[in-house]
Write a protein that binds this ligand. Structure first.
Ligand SMILES: Nc1nc2c(ncn2[C@@H]2O[C@H](COP(=O)(O)OP(=O)(O)OP(=O)(O)O)[C@@H](O)[C@H]2O)c(=O)[nH]1
Ligand SMILES: [Mg+2]
Length: 427
């Protein structure tokens, strides 16, 4: 009797852990393919629950359907079922574009195609896009009980694509599919937040202002992650507010290896930290860890060329409660207008996708992306770059507008080079 009881307990614990894991730590598994390929049936079989609607009517799935689960050995995953890629009428096109905009989240795409069907342009285009963006994929040949097209298998083998033959009602084949997804799914390499800048035994001073914007009773993700990495690296992290920084530094017997501050306190902190101690900000650490720090610094090239009436997008990956003196909505716009002497047209957009008509913006001011994965942040930077729109993150622009950028980029050679280029273009 004791065994089933423990199993139930363990399952609920596992479920709680799965629900609580932030999106940025999850592996995203997406089912994509033509209409009626069997995506929703596989999605349901994969999670073991009838969540997505299944029917023989092509175009049953309209909006993406999400489900969290724990998948060994990779851990917490988010599975996403999508609308078919071959939906051609007007509304269908909207569904297709929703599917395509969901694909950028993927750490693996299961490209579902009927096992007795044929390879088409839809699969071809999808694979080319995934290969270009280095996104792992698995070809899933569905409805194997209805027959298998030998020449389709031959074609897939000739391309060396990983594939699995499955039937939604055959639990063994679904279990094989789960294992294959676990083996193929891959999160991209994440540069460390701070670990590589410090050595065991170093003191590391982290400056964390507790102002109105600080969440009640806790620290924000980059601060917590930095403390954790410092502990992992066997350094001694010392957390202080900006007001007590001088006393903290005076009280240390040896110099800290680096001081990291919240961007908003960078002016005061820069004045208090002697020049021979490296100084940077949590946002700069985040820019390297989550994004492409060189590109986010390169975005600064536009600032001196902004004109009255230019559109500036403030892009936040999450939606959070805003305050009267919100950093993104109020302070950065104010500082930027003061700096440039121009009246700019700021638009705020919160959410996992960019607004439509991105081309109209002269500059994108992006949040640090702490709630999204590195792959998603890189993809957002790539989209901006493809359209030739300069992009910076909040911390980079705050340090720039306060004259702190050369100092806070000093520990990062690739970012310093980008900054030197921005400077060279000014002449
Ligand atoms: N025989 C058989 N039928 C299947 C299998 N998987 C799905 N089907 C049937 O194929 C039809 C389409 O399945 P869905 O799972 O709704 O396909 P979908 O790709 O999600 O379709 P859309 O949402 O319209 O794009 C349904 O009638 C399913 O019952 C399978 O393994 N074997
Ligand atoms: Mg469906």
């Amino acid at each position: 009797m004791a065994i089933p009881l423990r199993l139930t307990e363990d399952r609920s614990l596992l479920a709680t852990r799965t629900m609580k894991t932030p999106e940025s730590y999850r592996t995203h598994v997406i089912f994509a393919g033509r209409r009626n390929a069997g995506k929703s049936s596989l999605f349901n079989a994969f999670v073991g629950s009838k969540i997505a609607i299944v029917s023989d009517q092509p175009g049953t799935t309209t909006d993406p359907v999400y489900k969290s689960m724990e998948l060994l050995p990779i851990g917490p995953v988010t599975l996403i079922d999508t609308a078919g890629l071959d939906d051609e009428d007007q509304i269908g096109q909207l569904r297709v574009s929703k599917t395509l905009s969901t694909l950028y989240k993927a750490d693996i795409v299961c490209v579902v195609i009927e096992a007795n069907g044929d390879w088409s342009d839809y699969e071809e285009k999808l694979i080319v896009d995934l290969e270009n963006r280095d996104v792992p994929f698995l070809i899933v040949l569905s409805k194997s009980d209805l027959g298998i097209n030998a020449s389709l298998i031959k074609f897939i083998q000739s391309k060396n694509y990983p594939y699995k033959v499955v039937c939604a009602n055959d639990e063994q084949s679904i279990d094989d599919l789960r294992k294959a997804v676990g083996a193929v799914a891959q999160k991209p390499y994440e540069p460390p937040l701070i670990k590589d800048l410090v050595d065991g035994g170093d003191f590391v001073v982290l400056v964390v202002p507790i102002d109105l914007e600080a969440p009640k009773g806790r620290l924000i993700t980059p601060q917590v992650e930095a403390i954790r990495e410092c502990l992992d690296a066997e350094t001694i992290p010392i957390v202080t507010k900006e007001r007590e920084l001088r006393w903290t530094l005076d009280g240390l017997k040896s110099k800290p290896k680096i001081v990291v501050t919240d961007s908003q306190a960078v002016m005061k902190v820069m004045a208090d930290v002697p020049d021979d101690i490296p100084l940077t900000t949590f946002s700069i650490l985040e820019a390297r860890h989550k994004g492409d720090i060189a590109e986010l610094v390169n975005g600064l090239r536009i600032i001196r060329h902004l004109e009255d009436g230019d559109n500036v997008l403030i892009s936040e990956a999450c939606s959070h409660r805003t305050l009267a003196d919100d950093i993104a909505r109020v302070k950065i716009p104010r500082w930027l207008e003061n700096f440039t002497g121009k009246h700019l047209n700021f638009e705020v957009h919160s959410g996992r996708e960019y607004p439509e008509n991105l081309q109209k913006y002269k500059l994108i001011l992006h949040c640090g992306g702490c709630v999204i994965t590195r792959r998603m942040m890189i993809e957002r930077i790539r989209q901006a770059k493809t359209l030739g729109i300069p992009i910076v993150n909040y911390g980079v622009i705050i340090s720039y507008l306060h004259g702190a950028i050369p100092r806070v980029l000093e520990p990062f050679p690739e970012a310093k080079m980008a900054w030197d280029d921005v400077n060279a273009q000014r002449v």
